[in-house]
Write a protein that binds this ligand. Structure first.
Ligand code: RM4
Ligand code: MN
Length: 458
């Protein structure tokens, strides 16, 4: 029998971060279809994000994207968000929409352009200081279109140098999150194309640098949960950019295209005790010893938390200056005390569960609510996996029983459980219906007249 109280408790602790840009106009390279009532600035985006949190109760942070969300007073923006019941989440840098960046930003062959791009990244850390944001999220459009266009290895050195400068500027408790993407806008090489490249750079930088997995940034057929499992083991999973794709980087609502993949990804997180700081391992088990079977081999021995203070500047060497890995001493295993602490469900990671989506044709606020609900459904199902039964089947080599343990959870209709959870939290059981009935959508249509609607490039 599953402990549904513990499952609901975990769901109450799990937080999802909303992207400010999801509330603005967006489109494809063919057309942006504007929508009435779209926010005109970051404050109005915070109003809309607060609506999503109001009806779901689990989305108390809004990521910002600079310069799209540039304001005169970032402390005022943070205070405004706080007054609306949310906080400012990751600060996303934008070094891909300036004429100077045609051949790249921090990897550009011209040092003047690299310096300009690095200055913007450092400005984003200033904004983190002002807003109290923990995470700097970096995605680079850098790459090349033609063989021979630039030197692949030299571009890596330039990237490492810029990342080291930014990393050295981080304060205690702040993180640099590096996001990879297979291709686009570059079509021949991309400078951070995959988790291997991102991991190499983050490892060279130090504990405060971690990798972001955007679910739309892989080749078709890539097993994303495998990547997630390995990054978790290395203590290097900083967060997700959740969205769905049918073809490339489609940025559709998370859980729309492949809810089973989302479940499989989240299941790896739940198993690692990384759903939220302090998540108990084996949350669905009936007895403590059975629940902690997973710890016998200490699969997640590396703590996934940033240290309280950054390493000294002298250790911030660019990746390219490191000796080959075979010449480095092997990473030492975590001390036993750490494993014990993990087993007790003590200090655990701060993975950012961010959405990165664009609502080109659907109304934006209910689409964000739907996305949050889709993530919650995947998390609920992952929490329902009978871990002791799964382990037992795996150990016995019982392929069908092991697969059934996963599928039983995935095929559970968790919507009644989530409705019950919301009622316990003082929320309406159906967040989309409650939002639609609230009158907010009509109110912002009449209020937001004049000014320029936010959108791509706004
Ligand atoms: C990129 C990447 C980044 C996002 C930009 C707008 O493809 O996913 O996370 O900030 O798009
Ligand atoms: Mn992304």
């Amino acid at each position: 029998m599953r402990d549904l109280t513990a499952v609901k408790d975990a769901l109450k602790h799990h937080q999802i971060e909303l992207p400010s840009w999801a509330f603005g106009n967006s489109g494809t390279r063919f057309k942006v279809f504007g929508q009435p009532s779209v926010p005109r600035n970051a404050f109005e985006k915070a109003d809309d994000a607060a609506q999503v949190h109001q009806y779901t109760g689990v989305a108390p942070a809004m990521a910002v994207h600079i310069p799209w969300d540039r304001v005169d007073d970032y402390e005022a923006l943070a205070a405004y968000a706080k007054g609306s019941g949310i906080r400012i989440g990751a600060v996303n840098a934008n070094v891909f929409q300036d004429d100077d960046y045609k051949l790249g930003s921090v990897c550009h062959p011209d040092p003047r352009v690299r310096a300009k791009a690095t200055a913007h990244l450092l400005e984003c850390v200033d904004i983190m200081d002002a807003t109290g944001s923990r995470d700097l999220k970096l995605w680079f459009a850098d790459g090349t279109n033609y063989p021979g266009q630039d030197d692949i290895a030299a571009r890596q050195d330039r990237l490492a140098e810029a990342l080291a400068a930014v990393y050295g500027r981080l304060g205690p408790g702040q993180r640099l999150l590096l996001e990879y993407k297979l291709f686009e806008p570059s079509f021949y090489t991309t400078d951070v194309p995959d988790w291997g490249a991102a991991l190499l750079h983050c490892t060279a930088l130090g504990d405060q640098a971690q990798v972001v997995v955007d679910t739309g940034h892989h080749a078709p057929g890539v097993n994303i949960e495998f990547i997630v499992a390995l990054l978790l083991k290395a203590g290097k999973l900083g967060g997700f950019d959740f969205n769905s794709r049918f073809y490339a980087d489609d940025d559709l609502m998370v859980g729309a295209a492949d809810p089973f993949q989302l479940f499989r990804i989240v299941h790896e997180v739940v198993k690692a005790g990384a759903l939220y700081p302090g998540q108990q391992l084996g949350i669905t088990a009936t007895s403590g010893s059975a629940a902690n079977e997973v710890d016998e081999k200490a699969p997640y021995g590396v703590p996934n938390v940033p240290p309280s203070a950054p390493p000294p500047a002298s250790s911030l060497a660019p990746a390219s200056s490191l000796p080959p890995s075979s010449h480095r001493p092997p990473a030492s295993p975590p001390p036993p005390s750490e494993i014990t602490a993990r087993s007790a469900g003590a200090q655990l990671p701060g993975i950012a569960f961010m959405l990165d989506q664009c609502h080109n044709i659907e109304p934006k606020i209910p689409a964000q609510i739907r996305s949050v609900m889709n993530v919650q459904e995947a998390v609920a199902k992952a929490l329902l996996v009978d871990q002791p039964a799964l382990r037992a089947a795996q150990r016995a080599g019982d392929v069908l029983a092991a697969n059934a343990a996963l599928m039983d959870a995935y095929n559970t209709d968790v919507r009644p459980l989530l409705a019950e959870l919301r009622e316990e939290m003082g929320l309406a059981p159906d967040p989309v219906a409650a939002y639609l009935a609230s009158g907010y959508a009509a109110a912002i249509v009449s209020e937001r007249v004049g000014g320029a609607a936010a959108g791509w490039g706004a």
